[in-house]
Design a protein. Structure first.
Length: 131
């Protein structure tokens, strides 16, 4: 399970600002992202988390998945859980996510499209009619 929880550090103690839902004595791994104060700080923090997810996803995709895919997989989506390293490949992005999340509820995912630099294109290309 992966959960993001805001906490406050004071007097040498990190105190969660919301319930954790853990059993007494449970061991956890803590990753710390300092949040600067104010709206701009929150935006910067969210951007840092997004960049971290992207970096982990790319690393897994380039270091593991690209060696395992075949030519017939070109154009399919590789959906990766950036914490477990597990992934699903499917021509349907939604189907790949659904199967991965069934195995890893709460997964933090990164999507790549095999054989392409991005999973999706945005924007448009204007077509000029022949004169």
């Amino acid at each position: 399970m992966i959960t993001n929880v805001r906490a406050r550090y004071a007097n040498g103690v990190l105190t969660p600002l919301e319930p954790l839902g853990l059993e007494e004595g449970a061991e956890v791994v803590v990753s710390i992202t300092e949040t600067p104060q104010g709206t701009e700080g929150e935006r910067q923090s969210a951007n840092a988390v997004s960049q971290s997810i992207e970096a982990r996803g790319k690393s897994i995709y380039e270091g593991k998945i690209l060696q395992e895919v075949e030519e017939t997989d070109k154009g399919k989506f590789a959906v990766i859980d950036v914490y477990s390293g597990d992934y699903e490949i499917d021509s349907s992005h939604a189907a790949a996510i659904r199967r991965l999340v069934e195995r890893h509820p709460g997964a933090v995912t990164y999507t790549a499209r095999i054989g392409y630099p991005t999973a999706y294109k945005t924007g448009f290309r204007a077509r000029v009619p022949n004169a």
